[in-house]
Design a protein. Structure first.
Length: 339
């Protein structure tokens, strides 16, 4: 069984992945900013003891027991946040299952960040799974909750439901036709965030954007999911329309995507940034049926294993930046050549 990030999902030509995240804090413990090392360890132990009751094949792993490359592979897969694995104290732990579609960060900004993920547009099913996991943990470890405000969180922007619903979208059509700015403005006006692929403060790369809800209080989980799904469906509609406009000039579009394919398949060395930009063109070409040499699975595999940490994991060793660029070009050829 393939991990979710190598699978194709519903509307996956535009929606790369979906994620539900719940911010939770345990009752009778201060927020993270007030915790000392001993209390953080108590929280970790309490959650570790609850694992058999939660199920899903979740495993408990301490950050200090992971090497740096493994930590960064998790960031690149969007299973954990960069801040979580890069904290100087090296304190924290996580729960994760073999399919890697459930990931719980322990002692990040909140005591718990429960995340469930899938490929394509699947936020309704993910919400059901998130609620299941949330209720199982909450039945063993009571959460900090206020009747008036809802779930209490370290950051005021998460108070209430503590729910963040997000989709990763690929928008090369809107970028190439010059309509991306209008769409970004509409998304913001509808009370949604749009940001780079690794969250706040990061730049969008390869025409990838993350769309998520802003409001968490005064609105139900059902409404949040409904609103984000509605916005996402409009984005899909506009992106597909933009792609049709691009396809009117077949030669220009084919030339662009095959130039990207030619560079990717013939380069002797290639950086992760350049690979990401080229793969954006190649994904567009594959989704539109222009590039027939590749399928969706190979594109997803290329997107994963051209990232610095996952490339090193794939090769089974740590290598310096310049050599990585050389080996990346070799790995690209290997994956494209696979039967």
């Amino acid at each position: 069984m393939l991990n979710w990030y190598l699978q194709s999902g519903k509307e996956s030509d535009v929606v790369v992945s979906s994620r539900i995240r719940l911010a939770r804090n345990l009752a009778n413990f201060p927020f993270m900013t007030k915790l000392d090392k001993t209390t953080k360890q108590k929280i970790e132990e309490a959650i570790k003891e609850a694992i058999p009751s939660i199920g899903y094949g979740l495993k408990f792993i301490k950050l200090k027991d992971m090497d740096d490359i493994t930590k960064m592979t998790l960031v690149e897969k969007h299973l954990v946040s960069p801040n979580f694995v890069l904290n100087k104290e090296n304190i924290g732990a996580m729960l994760i299952n073999d399919d890697e579609n459930i990931s719980v960060m322990i002692n990040e900004e909140d005591h718990l960040r429960i995340q469930v993920m899938s490929s394509g547009l699947d936020i309704e099913n993910l919400m059901n799974l998130a609620i299941e996991v949330d209720e199982k943990i909450g039945s063993k470890l009571p959460y900090a909750y206020n009747e008036k405000y809802g779930f209490l969180t370290a950051c005021p922007t998460n108070v209430g439901t503590g729910l963040r619903v997000s989709v990763m979208v690929h928008l090369p059509g809107l970028a190439r036709t010059g309509n991306i700015r209008k769409i970004l403005e509409v998304i913001n006006n509808f009370g949604m965030n749009i940001r780079g692929i690794y969250g706040e403060g990061s730049k969008a790369g390869g025409d990838m954007y993350q769309v998520s809800n802003k409001q968490t209080i005064g609105i139900s989980e059902t409404e949040i999911v409904k609103n984000l799904k509605l916005i996402t469906e409009k984005i899909i509609e506009q992106e597909r329309l933009a792609r049709k406009i691009l396809a009117r000039d077949n030669i220009e579009l084919e030339d662009r995507v095959y130039r990207a394919y030619g560079t990717l398949t013939n380069a002797k060395k290639i950086s992760s940034t350049e690979a990401r930009e080229l793969l954006s063109e190649i994904k567009l070409g594959t989704d539109l049926g222009i590039i027939k040499e590749l399928d969706d699975f190979k594109v997803k595999k290329l997107e994963l294993y051209t990232k610095p940490a996952n490339l090193q994991k794939y090769l089974g060793k740590q290598i310096e930046s310049y050599e990585r660029d050389i080996r990346r070009a070799e790995v690209i050829k290997q994956i494209i050549g696979e039967k």
